[in-house]
Design a protein around this ligand. Structure first.
Ligand SMILES: Cc1cc2nc3c(=O)[nH]c(=O)nc-3n(C[C@H](O)[C@H](O)[C@H](O)COP(=O)(O)OP(=O)(O)OC[C@H]3O[C@@H](n4cnc5c(N)ncnc54)[C@H](O)[C@@H]3O)c2cc1C
Length: 237
């Protein structure tokens, strides 16, 4: 990565926004809350190389890769390795691994940040640092400090691969209030955390939305705001 953006920002008094997957809920990677400081966007989307090394059970993943790409590359190399991170495949590595990263394997393996073993970060002077040269304090801070933007630009993370079974069973149960969903929620709160760590149960409370295309043909849909797949479905109506 070139040092030019840093010099450019400093010389011209510009704010630099860093965007990897662009999934920040508040748009921190591409909007400015203050109109006074002009900004430019450093887009990491071309830095998406993923290098899986099964011998060391680790991988270097560049910040612009998506979680889906990480999962796919690992699964191409091994049926018994995975990485604990979020459920949305289009979330970017850069923001996700800088902020925590929870997903279906968190009961067994913790968060993504618990499984990072090294990183390459460009600091404000344009110097590329790794874990050794940045020191343990900064390495700790970039794993959860809310976007490495506070500390530098993360180019890549070295992640620890975890063991997964070759076959995984999944199931999905949907219940409405009329079908005693309230009792299921209560039971989930009581027992989900006491079950064996190989069993992960995720509970999603959703609003059932009724959309009317026209008055003749009412349509009933379950709204699932976190799924880009569903957003596509809605737009086709
Ligand atoms: C649809 C959806 C589903 C989600 N699902 C999950 C989930 O299952 N689990 C979970 O834990 N979270 C989930 N999230 C939250 C998501 O992990 C965070 O919003 C995350 O910060 C997004 O990372 P990004 O790279 O896509 O976003 P971006 O908007 O690109 O970046 C987010 C923040 O990190 C900074 N940043 C980005 N790249 C870099 C970099 N290379 N160096 C330094 N700073 C950088 C940005 O400046 C910004 O402040 C979800 C979000 C959405 C929108």
């Amino acid at each position: 990565m070139s040092r030019l953006p840093f010099f450019c920002a400093q010389r011209h008094g510009l704010e630099m926004k860093i965007r990897s997957g662009g999934h920040d809920y508040e748009g921190l990677s591409y909007i400015s809350k203050s109109n006074k400081v002009p900004f430019f966007l450093l887009d990491m989307f071309k830095l998406r190389y993923i290098d899986v090394d099964l011998e060391s059970e680790s991988a270097w993943v560049q910040a612009g890769a998506t979680l889906g790409e990480v999962y796919y590359e690992i699964s191409e190399r091994s049926r018994i390795h995975g990485f604990p991170a979020g459920v949305c495949p289009t979330v970017g590595v850069g923001g996700h691994l800088s902020g925590g990263g929870y997903g279906n394997m968190m009961r067994k393996y913790g968060l993504s940040v618990d499984n990072i073993i090294d990183a390459k970060v460009v600091d404000v002077n344009g110097i590329i640092l790794d874990r050794k040269s940045m020191g343990e304090d900064m390495f700790w801070a970039i794993r959860g400090g809310g976007g490495g933007a506070s500390f530098g630009v993360v180019i890549a993370y070295r992640i620890k691969l975890v063991q997964v079974p070759e076959t995984v069973t999944i199931f999905r149960v949907e219940k409405t209030l009329e079908e005693n969903a309230t009792e299921s929620v209560y039971a989930w709160q009581e027992i989900a955390h006491k079950l064996h760590e190989d069993l992960f149960i995720r509970l999603i409370l959703e609003v059932e939305t009724v959309l009317r295309q026209d008055y003749e043909k009412p349509l009933e849909l379950r709204s699932r705001p976190c799924s880009s797949e569903t957003l596509r479905d809605f737009s086709e109506l």
